[in-house]
Ligand binder design. Structure first.
Ligand code: NI
Length: 227
């Protein structure tokens, strides 16, 4: 499923992340791409294990930890520390699928990449092009979000970034290993979770029915979860 999460960062967090990235030196993004992706990728990236990426990444990981929507959509088990890229005029990333396995930094364990995330860090008025295009069962989504907002999509979906034609687009991106590897099941449980929240808010209190549905949600999760 493709889900937008608005306002992941506060205004001051966004400003701080941008200040850190804009002061750092970016390198050719192909250095961190696999052989196939390297042919498709034309962008700039912050060095993966540099101090700037670590500092800016920590702000984002903290913001994710307090975001109930991210937790409901992704059901995260492991989150790879965020990476940062910039597309300047003429830069793009052709159609590709993200690799299934990533290594945690500093020789940490490997993880399965289930969910891909792009957190937009540039005001859309400041650049043209640079849309993230994600193919899915119902067509192609064209995504360009306000700075501080994020899109989640299956790592296995075909996606690309269209060429930037004015200005520059800076973003954070990262992968999550979910407690549920099946995207369809994760999507159903997310729908159930959101429906329960909606009914409870409309009623203003719990009933036997809402408690029972909450039990169904957790018991389905308990049966399906892999830790
Ligand atoms: Ni990708």
């Amino acid at each position: 499923m493709v889900v937008e999460i608005p306002d992941v960062l506060t205004k001051s967090e966004l400003a701080e992340v941008r200040r850190i990235i804009d002061a750092a030196e970016l390198v050719d993004g192909r250095e961190t791409a696999g052989e196939l992706a390297a042919q498709a990728k034309r962008n700039l990236q912050l060095p993966q294990e540099g101090q700037a990426a670590r500092e800016a990444g920590e702000i984002i990981l903290k913001a994710l930890g307090r975001n109930p929507l991210f937790n409901s959509v992704a059901l995260p088990l492991r989150v790879l520390p965020p990476l940062f890229n910039r597309y300047e005029v003429g830069m793009a990333f052709d159609a590709h699928v993200d690799g299934a396995v990533r290594a945690m930094p500093s020789g940490g364990p490997r993880m399965r990449a289930d969910v891909s995330s792009t957190l937009f860090l540039t005001d859309p008025a400041d650049y043209d092009g640079g849309e993230l295009l994600i193919e899915h069962a119902y067509g192609t989504s064209s995504v360009k979000l306000p700075a501080g907002s994020m899109i989640l999509y299956p790592a296995g979906s075909l996606h690309r970034v269209s060429p930037v034609t004015r200005g520059a687009r800076t973003s954070a991106f990262f992968w999550t290993q979910s407690m549920l590897k099946d995207d369809g099941l994760r999507s159903l449980l997310y729908d159930l979770d959101m429906a329960i929240i909606e009914v409870r808010q409309q009623l203003g209190h719990d009933t036997h029915g809402t408690l029972s549905l909450t039990g169904v949600y957790h018991n389905l999760l308990r049966r399906a979860i892999e830790l």
